[in-house]
Design a protein around this ligand. Structure first.
Ligand code: NAD
Length: 494
């Protein structure tokens, strides 16, 4: 029988108040993994109440102590890395090699945020008046609502929750309903690390039933969201109406430019990893290859070769290189884009259909797919497919390649393969994405650099890196006058 999991509210493990539950299943095998609370607005209400109740004491806990809890958390995650990675592969489908990386990102974020406990730097600056002190300090915003996607079920929540906590906020977290177990593990780990009751609360359920009441709740001060553009945009509109901050990390349509002087074998390996890793379900996945016409056919040949050699299967099995899509809905979405491509006149160089065969028939497997004869303005080259599908667009020059790269509604990641240092620096300057790689594919962000994108990928925020506190803090400017007089700025000194 599937195990029963609960919400974590005010330090207690509780079912949904309605008593309703939903089943979470393994996308590779269909096996039920657990029953999770199918929560509603009343559970959000309880979680926000707990988060607000815990806020004052948490804010008054010295930041280095908050950081130490995160440090212990990093150690606890490290000790359980394998167990967590296996659980993530079971519920999300990507292979163990990748879920180990997903968990490691959580460790990296814990240590990065822990260090921030002894920094949380403000700015001091001279006053224009004599005998007066001036400084600005970061203060927590209050209660942070965290709403996340399923593709990095461990890492992405940590990118939000750990900085929010070290800054002195309390959190209400709604994990994706596709990957609730990782949210449950995270809550357990925080409890074990000694984070006080109410500081992190986890409410499971759907977006409309749990996420939306979080956005609307007057007790939630900030929403930090990772997910699709239609949902993120809707949340931002509601946030604007309510006057609350909404930080958005959304989709990508990431391009790899391959110039005619590139190391083609290296580029092909990077494209295959970027396009088919995580079954193409990364916000930074390589979904377009913008390739110089002189090397187009050879690069297609090399990438097709790599795609056809990939071993599909249950990500828990040794030797498997690509797992299933996360859900029937994703399978339908990716299959739908094959029809879109066919109607647009693209050529399928390999793949293009649901994968079947021994060990694949009970899961949502899709063949690694290479599309060629793709024009930059076609839907398959403009819209996020979020599956193991890569489109080849042929170009004649670096200028054209950069223009093609920049002409989508998204701006998360891009890359160039070239041996020409001038071309590399031109691309670094002109590629209009939040992340740019040279001689490396579009994935592989490190936690100590800012992460996020331009245009439709976000709304100007960056996670991680030295920007990690920005969404979760306000600036407070403080003046201390020790002159014993009423000193009027801009007046008495001019
Ligand atoms: P999604 O938008 O369907 O769901 C994301 C989260 O929002 C889920 O927890 C969901 O329950 C919730 N949600 C849905 N409707 C809601 C509503 N009306 N109100 C409040 N919350 C609601 O996205 P997904 O399918 O889970 O994830 C895939 C998307 O995430 C892709 O577009 C991908 O590019 C993006 N993503 C972006 C990044 C990044 O950092 N830029 C990282 C990972 C994934």
């Amino acid at each position: 029988m599937a195990k029963t999991f609960h919400n974590f509210i005010g330090g207690r493990w509780v079912p949904a108040r309605s008593g309703r539950a939903f089943t979470n299943s393994n996308p590779a095998t269909g096996e039920p993994l657990g029953e999770f609370p199918d929560s509603g607005a009343e559970d959000v209400e309880a979680a926000v109440h707990a988060a607000r109740g815990a806020l004052r004491a948490w804010q008054l806990t010295p930041a280095p102590k908050r950081g130490e809890m995160l440090y212990r958390l990093g150690q606890a995650i490290t000790a359980r890395k394998e167990e967590l990675a296996r659980a993530a592969t079971r519920e999300m489908g990507k292979i163990l090699l990748e879920t180990r990386g997903d968990v490691q990102e959580g460790v990296d974020m814990a240590y990065l945020a822990a260090g921030e406990g002894r920094r949380l730097y403000g700015v001091t600056t001279p006053s224009e008046m004599p005998d007066k002190w001036a400084m600005s300090v970061r203060v927590p915003v209050g209660v942070v609502g965290v709403i996340t996607a399923w593709n990095f079920p461990f890492a992405v929540p940590t990118w939000k929750i750990f900085p929010a906590l070290v800054a002195g906020n309390t959190v209400v977290f709604k994990p994706s309903e596709e990957t609730p177990e990782m949210g449950w593990h995270l809550a357990h780990l925080l409890e074990e690390a000694g984070v006080p009751a109410g500081v992190l609360n986890v409410v499971h359920g759907t977006g409309p039933q749990v996420g939306w009441p979080m956005v609307q709740h007057p007790g939630v001060d900030v929403i930090s969201f990772t997910g699709s553009n239609p949902v993120g945009t809707k949340l931002a509109v509601e946030g604007a109406r309510l006057g609350k901050r909404v930080s958005l990390e959304m989709g990508g349509k990431n391009g790899v430019i391959v110039m005619d002087d590139a190391d083609l074998s290296l580029a092909a390996n990077a494209v295959a990893w970027g396009a088919f890793g995580t079954t193409g379900q990364r916000c930074t996945a390589t979904s377009r290859v913008i390739v110089h016409e002189r090397v187009h056919d050879e690069l297609v040949r090399l990438v097709v070769q790599r795609a056809q050699a990939l071993r599909l299967g249950d990500g828990l099995e040794e030797g498997v290189e690509m797992g299933p899509l996360v859900s029937a809905k994703q399978l339908e979405r990716v299959s739908g884009y094959m029809k879109v491509g066919a109607d647009e006149g693209v050529r399928v160089a390999t793949g293009g259909a649901r994968a079947s065969g021994p060990g694949l028939d009970r899961g949502f497997f899709f063949q690694p797919t290479v599309l060629t004869d793709v024009r930059a303005d076609m839907r398959v080259a403009q819209e996020e497919i979020f599956g193991p599908v890569v489109s080849f667009v042929r170009v004649k020059s670096l200028d054209e390649a950069v223009a093609v790269n920049n002409a989508t509604p998204f701006g998360l990641s891009s890359s160039i393969f070239t041996r020409d240092v001038n071309a590399a620096f031109t691309a670094m300057r002109d590629l209009g994405t939040g992340i740019v790689y040279v001689n490396h594919g579009t994935t592989g962000a490190e936690t100590h650099l800012p992460f996020g994108g331009t245009r439709g990928t976000g709304n100007g925020h960056r996670e991680a890196g030295h920007t990690m506190l920005d969404a979760f803090t306000e600036w407070k400017s403080v003046y201390v006058d020790f002159s014993g007089r009423v000193q009027r700025a801009q007046i008495d000194n001019n």
